[in-house]
Design a binder for this molecule. Structure first.
Ligand code: CDP
Ligand code: MG
Length: 649
């Protein structure tokens, strides 16, 4: 072994040793013995403890230390990828090992595990995918379903799957972890499993509500942040926002206005935190602020319960979150920014009182708080189920209607999802998985996109399709600073295709590839370098998936546009809308009124027929990532779907 490796190891061990005292102070460390005894005795166990008590980082280490990873790995699922990767990194540090050795993580498009990995943090989606190739999850001796209180669609489905597996594998241990007290449901589901409570520690948090309704919560968040910075004692600020775009807007605005701070004010260090963020940037969030500097963390609700950051004394709560919603009657899935629940508001507030008394600024009124729902509805009751149903089918679950759901989704949603899979020809008319469906399940993207990928082989445009899909998988790459909007628009014009956003995105990716990802090129062209680099990483991953699936990722349509859009139509023939007299559009499938989103290159253009990637509900119903299509193309796509739809109407 080289001396530099030795040095690296000594450094890691020293770092790990330095973390021991703070770990010993975590509430969970007092419970170590009880937890180990309970896990050894029980097959299923529920553990409840407040956010920050040490469940996610410490519990897997306890199990590892008492030998539970000898026969198989310990899996810990997380609803969010940013939590899985950042927590794995932290735990590797605590154990003094290289990330990817004893401790690793696996999230979509990013796998940091090796043969020696024993503790594996992963998204709930990744564990579901592993079922495709290993129906009994035989690699694992313990499966921890973490953040169960969040009730994400995939964690909910995993509940049913691991329960079924345990009937066959009596050696498998299941642990459910939750940050809220309503754990009885989970215990009951696992036939009366024991529940352990970890006593929490919480300092008081003073709450200030807005006096009147805020028209613009982004603006209000900005004002509140500056006000805290100027008026309040030291301590970091955590601002809850709804998504990457919004976070980047606030980041820019804060930076633009920073010079207006009084000359004696301390520095502000702005740290964004959202899902599709490169690891290096993520780490910045956890590092203590330099002297005479206040950290402002701009986060999605990942910081609500999944990730705990030390040093937070102030919370700015916009009261909003971005969620997926699905209308099974209309078959419309949308991303909507909606008010949070009371439970979420309380969790957010709690983030300020972990180490000392804190303050929470709610950007909504007291009445606003009273009108919030008590808890958010489980995702499975309001989501498009097509993706998970396809995974379930491909994992050998034949009768979806009889699946043991923790909360049974509405029958209409189940049927809608099965219809969608039938329309995509992933299922046949008897509801059985087709060979094509099996192939689709193997791709780490939604069934519609998988369909597009598979079809790209015949249309010889895989290179273009994977570029576009990877660009659609990240938030917008176009930068549009308030003060340079004209210049940014001018730069964007070079990429714009009159065919619409799909080809425009392709043009950007092509430009980026032509200069081999040059940073200056991004700056000159007002392209968000962070976002497009992400897209490029995803592109590489998709290319290797295609190769494995026997689809050459270099097959190219050259300058031809039609095959590319026709190819997308194979997966998105249900996302079509036609122009109305008044300039609005109406969807084919649900007869819904919608408008082209202002971010689209087809905004205010009157195209007779459009295909859209997604529908977003904000102040009105918008379609985003839109391309113009022509009617005859529809004859080649999903005609069995349209025929079935018409005959049943
Ligand atoms: O899962 P739970 O909410 O119970 O707590 P946890 O995520 O295990 O966090 C335990 C402690 O680890 C917290 O006090 C965090 O501040 C700390 N931690 C950290 O310092 N850096 C990380 N990257 C992750 C956790
Ligand atoms: Mg946790």
């Amino acid at each position: 072994m080289s001396s530099s490796e030795d040095g690296g190891r000594a450094k890691r061990k020293a770092k790990a040793a330095s973390l021991v005292p703070s770990r010993n102070r975590l509430p969970i460390s007092n419970e170590r013995k009880n937890i180990i005894a309970a896990v050894q005795k029980a097959r299923a166990l529920v553990i409840v403890g407040e956010t920050g008590s040490g469940k996610t980082t410490q519990l897997p280490q306890f199990l590892f230390e008492c030998g539970l990873a000898k026969k198989g790995m310990i899996a810990i699922t997380q609803p969010r990828r940013v939590a899985a990767s950042s927590i794995a990194r932290r735990v590797a540090e605590e154990m003094g090992v290289k990330l990817g050795n004893e401790v690793g993580y696996s999230v979509r498009f990013d796998d940091k595990t090796t043969q020696s990995t024993k503790i594996k943090y992963m998204t709930d989606g990744m564990l579901l995918r592993e079922l495709l190739s290993d129906k009994l999850l035989s690699k694992y001796s313990v499966i921890i379903l973490d953040e169960a209180h969040e009730r994400t669609l995939r964690t909910d489905v995993l509940f049913g799957m691991v329960k079924a597996i345990q009937k066959v594998r009596s050696d498998l241990k299941i642990i459910v972890m939750s940050a809220t007290l309503d754990a009885a449901r989970f215990a009951e589901y696992f036939d009366g499993a024991e529940t352990l409570y970890i006593p929490g520690r919480q300092f008081p948090v003073r709450v200030y509500n807005a006096i009147e309704r805020q028209e613009d919560y982004v603006d209000a968040a900005l004002v509140a942040t500056f006000q805290i910075h100027v008026d309040e004692d030291p301590g970091d600020i955590l601002v809850f926002l709804t998504g990457q775009e919004e976070i980047e807007t606030v980041e820019k605005l804060l930076k633009e206005h920073m010079h207006e701070l009084p000359p004696n004010a301390s520095q502000l260090l702005i740290c964004p935190l959202f899902a599709s963020q490169p690891a290096a940037q993520q780490q910045k969030v956890f590092a203590p602020a330099p002297p005479n500097t206040r950290k402002v963390i701009l986060s999605t609700n990942v910081a609500e319960t999944s990730i705990t950051i030390s040093g937070i004394r102030y919370i700015v709560d916009t009261g909003m979150a971005k969620v997926r919603a699905f209308n099974p009657k209309l078959g419309i899935e949308s991303l909507a920014v909606v008010p949070i629940s009371k439970a979420s508001a309380l969790q957010r507030l709690g983030r300020a009182g972990r180490e000392a008394p804190g303050v929470c600024y709610r950007l909504y009124t007291e009445d606003g708080f009273s009108s919030l729902a008590n808890v958010s509805e489980p995702e499975i009751l309001r989501c498009n189920l097509a993706n998970v149903l396809l995974t379930l089918k491909a994992s050998g679950v034949e009768n979806i209607m009889e699946f043991d759901f923790l909360d049974r989704p509405p029958r209409a949603s189940l049927i809608r999802a099965l219809e969608h899979l039938f329309a995509l020809r992933a299922l046949n008319s008897k509801g059985e998985l087709t060979p094509e469906g099996h192939k689709m399940a193997g791709f780490p993207v939604d069934p519609s996109l998988a369909k597009v990928l598979i079809h790209s082989k015949a249309l010889n445009c895989t290179a273009e399709v994977i570029s576009i899909i990877s660009m659609l998988s990240v938030e917008t790459v176009f930068f549009s600073p308030h003060d340079k909007r004209e210049a940014a628009n001018e730069a964007k014009r070079k990429f714009v295709s009159h065919d619409g956003d799909h080809i425009t995105l392709l043009n950007v990716m092509r430009g980026y590839q032509a200069v081999s990802g040059d940073k200056d090129w991004c700056i000159q062209n007002y392209i968000n370098g962070r976002a497009i680099k992400n897209a490029m990483d995803i592109r590489n991953q998709l290319a290797s998936f295609c190769e494995q699936g026997g689809i050459s990722p270099t097959a190219s349509a050259g300058s031809e546009v039609e095959p590319i859009l026709q190819c997308f139509l194979q997966g998105f023939f249900q996302n079509i809308a036609s122009l109305q007299m008044d300039g609005s559009y109406q969807t084919f499938s649900g007869k819904q009124v919608c408008h082209i989103h202002p971010s689209s290159v087809l905004f205010q253009k009157r195209m007779p027929l459009i295909m859209y990637h997604e529908l977003v509900q904000t102040s009105r119903q918008y379609v985003r990532n839109v391309s113009s299509i022509s009617l005859p193309w529809l004859q080649n796509t999903g005609s069995h779907y349209f025929n079935a739809a018409n005959s049943s109407a």
